[in-house]
Design a protein around this ligand. Sequence first.
Ligand code: NAD
Length: 493
Amino acid sequence: GTSTGTVAPRHLPADLPDRIRHYVGGEHVDSVDGTTFEVLDPVSNETYLHAAAGKAADVDRAVAAARRAFEDGPWPRLLPRERSRVLHRVADIVEERDARLAELESFDSGLPITQALGQARRAAENFRFFADLVVAQTDDAFKVPGRQLNYVNRKPIGVAGLITPWNTPFMLESWKLGPALATGNTVVLKPAEFTPLSASLWAGIFEEAGVPAGVFNLVHGLGEEAGDALVRHPDVPLISFTGESRTGQLIFANAAPHLKGLSMELGGKSPAVVFADADLDAAVDATIFGVFSLNGERCTAGSRILVQREVYDEFVERYAAHAHRVVVGLPHDPATEVGALVHPEHHAKVMGYIEIGRSEGRLVAGGGRPEGFPTGNYVAPTVFVDVPPDARIFQEEIFGPVVAITPFDTDEEALALANGVRYGLAAYVWTNDLRRAHTFAQSLDAGMVWLNSNNVRDLRTPFGGVKASGLGHEGGYRSIDFYTHQQAVHVTL
Ligand code: NAD
């Protein structure tokens, strides 16, 4: 290679596979046509893995296996308590392997190792949460005294198609697998093609936990091939999708002839609104974390910061200073706060937005490749200020460590700026005025609002976006609703 002496030697996890296959009906299989696709590691951008490239025929096989397991297998007929026990074992195994999972995920995705570890733990928690929830589930019953008794039968739906993105792959897969399996469905997972490595670990985890063959099936491959075949498959009544808004629109259209159940968790351009009366220390810390954690590749990133004029200059100065201190490093280094972006194509997209930003705002931190990282998908934490609301870097999802900061004067102006984009996933508000905080939250076009708070999830609360950020809600019993039919039974007394 062209080592310059500043580049650390390539770090390879032990026992890294160089080939991964589909998992269908309890067997590891190649694609029917034998083809594979290449997977790069984002530090060297060298191919380290060949993954089976699923086509319609592979999806057919996986759906057939899932359908057999649904129609003939024990899984949908187990008592909730029995399924719950198995899923708690899944959580135990994920917890036991959290270090290994994080190591592979960090290597494959470029996420900082400490943050990948947090995501692995959250994956275990997702299984625990839904395992408990189906046991505690109560269903409605209604009486008309002396006349009628009406009750609800909750039933799994069938084969759920799960299509997931690359930003926190393992965790987002668990967010769908947990409720889909807890409610008694069988699944076909199509993970993101940039980051298929951690998904390939599910097969062993489920086998060890005692999930029957055919309940979990995995097809690797490109979105337009494997993902599309799943979306159009007549025997897949449910599609749960997380990814870009544009892809979500396409999936909606392609699923329409089959009238499928669709859950859509899409893109975001979430505002963080900082009022002059806010605790500025807390607001600076949280808004730094909000856009630079997970490399900025976070759907709920606070990628636009709106700051009230009285504190604008002070905020900008402190924010830029803090952004300079954010540690960019190799993904496996525990000191790293921003690692390498997932893929050279995505890196080019983010760098393209930084070039656009130079003519749209004033650059006060970052602005391209960080020093000491001549190769790999590195981007310095980048801060543009004085960004007008019609700027592309204000309107469009960049999905990297790039933030736009914009001043405002009044509450009304802040609200118009906050809501003035096509997205509506999350919002963050910083103020010490209780009344303002709650009334402002109510007016925001956002599925989730955090008041004086970091992005901390409570798994019982709804998760989902409005406008171009999605349709439907997951989280708590809403996930149970998505993955089940509710049949009303009426009895005359
Ligand atoms: P993407 O839309 O490119 O891909 C997501 C998945 O869809 C991948 O598995 C891909 O292979 C598949 N796919 C692509 N085209 C398809 C098609 N025509 N038919 C079926 N499947 C297809 O998204 P991405 O780049 O992987 O992920 C980043 C995006 O995900 C960002 O927009 C981010 O905001 C969003 N995201 C949203 C949430 C949320 O909960 N709202 C969470 C994480 C990420």
